[in-house]
Design a protein around this ligand. Structure first.
Ligand SMILES: NC(=O)c1ccc[n+]([C@@H]2O[C@H](COP(=O)([O-])OP(=O)(O)OC[C@H]3O[C@@H](n4cnc5c(N)ncnc54)[C@H](OP(=O)(O)O)[C@@H]3O)[C@@H](O)[C@H]2O)c1
Length: 268
């Protein structure tokens, strides 16, 4: 039986993925910041462990405990992440740093911690959650976009050096998905002393939230992640369903100024 470790499994995509893999018969290590936040007792093959992506001790404790319980880890899913959204000029230094700490450095911390185990086994799969926002910039998302572009570049470069150890890297790229991402988890960038962006940012934020609320269910991402996890190929990128695939394709084939005009019209 194979074992998957997932970060940020308390809600949304992480939780749906934990349940999906458990239903497929995998051992699942659902890691989260607060292990009391989720009841998964219907699934005997899921264990919950505490993991903060910016606390290296909590990462190594969770990995060691997973190996002790299940013998080995086969797949790691770097899912924990959130968006800071608003006008860049209004963001504090702390907001900028935290966005990168969680979405980029946290993902790198978990990746670095699992690599000795994967190298020893001469196998393993790392699945990183990026986004359509890792291909195209969107209004209000300067910070979030930068982190997801970073995840794309990191993952693409990493797969070269891990191929010799039979370790696969996969990037899963969702479009809008209906989760806590657009409300509870969102870090709203606001500065009451700078109001000049309000007429642009407020409608764009509203539009972004509306698109999220009309988004696909998190199970659609879980299915794509599962497909990536069981693949024997070296395919790197897995857009989630037609919507994300079409957006990414358009971003790369349309002239940039035309694509940006379309985004401006949609976000008005
Ligand atoms: N929803 C979308 O439209 C969408 C689109 C593209 C990509 N994504 C990506 O998908 C991933 C999951 O997002 P989601 O939509 O499922 O949102 P979500 O429901 O808000 O879930 C985010 C998860 O990340 C966890 N998390 C946040 N900061 C953390 C930290 N420092 N350490 C450990 N865990 C942390 C949260 O934990 P708590 O419960 O403790 O807060 C939560 O479990 C993210 O990487 C996001 O960027 C989402």
């Amino acid at each position: 039986m194979k074992t998957v470790l997932i970060t940020g499994a308390s809600t949304g995509i992480g939780k749906a993925t934990a349940i999906y893999f458990a239903e497929k018969g995998w051992n699942v290590v659902a890691t989260m910041r607060n292990i009391n936040s989720l009841d998964l007792c219907n699934y005997p093959n899921i264990i919950k462990l505490k993991l903060y992506v910016n606390d290296n001790k909590s990462i190594s404790d969770a990995i060691n405990s997973s190996i002790e319980t299940f013998g080995k880890v086969d797949v790691i899913i770097n899912n924990a992440g959130y968006a800071a959204a608003g006008a860049f000029e209004c963001a504090s230094q702390e907001q900028i740093k935290k966005q990168f700490d969680v979405n980029v450095f946290g993902l790198m911390n978990v990746t670095r911690a699992i690599l000795p185990h994967f190298r020893k086994n001469n196998s393993g799969t790392i699945i990183n959650l990026a986004s359509v926002a890792g291909h195209a910039g969107f209004p209000t998302f300067t910070l979030y976009n930068s982190t997801k572009f970073a995840v794309e570049g990191f993952s693409e470069a990493l797969q070269y050096e891990l191929r010799q150890f039979n370790i696969k890297v996969k990037i899963v790229e969702p479009g809008p998905i209906k989760t806590d991402f657009y409300d509870r988890s969102m870090d709203k960038i606001e500065n009451p002393e700078i109001t000049e962006y309000d007429s642009f940012i407020n409608p764009a934020m509203k539009k972004m939230t509306e698109m999220g609320m009309k988004g696909l269910p998190p199970k659609s991402v879980a299915k794509t992640i599962y497909k990536a996890a069981i693949s024997n190929s070296n395919k790197l990128r897995y857009p989630v369903a037609f919507q994300a695939a079409a957006m990414i394709k358009l971003r790369h084939i349309m002239p940039g100024c035309l694509f940006r005009s379309v985004v401006r019209i949609i976000m008005k």
